[in-house]
Ligand binder design. Structure first.
Ligand code: ZN
Length: 100
């Protein structure tokens, strides 16, 4: 059975799995050209999505998928910073789930 309630889906650029938008982490290219992890999913700019898994981020990086999705050239320090932001986001999400 399919539900009539429509959920916007996005595709993970790491593993290619499509999922509910809220189940994915958005990576955004802001209007001033910075690339950031976007925890709200609402920042203005061109976005790409990965699962809540560092493995998918790493896979996307290894295949240069973020660069092509966002039409940028990412440097290693950008990738390191985003990976740390993603890890922090995943850690806080895990902590808030445990608190329920
Ligand atoms: Zn994935």
């Amino acid at each position: 059975m399919t539900r009539t309630r429509k959920m916007p889906t996005r595709t993970c650029i790491g593993c290619g799995r499509a999922d509910d938008k809220r189940s994915l982490v958005r990576i955004v290219r802001t209007s001033d050209g910075h690339i950031e992890v976007d925890p709200t999913g609402k920042a203005n700019g061109r976005g790409a999505y990965v699962c809540h898994r560092v493995e998918c981020f790493d896979a996307a990086v290894a295949r240069r998928r973020i660069d092509s999705a966002l039409r940028v050239h990412l440097h290693d320090d950008d990738l390191d910073r985003m990976r740390r932001d993603l890890e922090a986001l995943l850690a806080s999400a895990a902590a808030s789930q445990q608190g329920r």
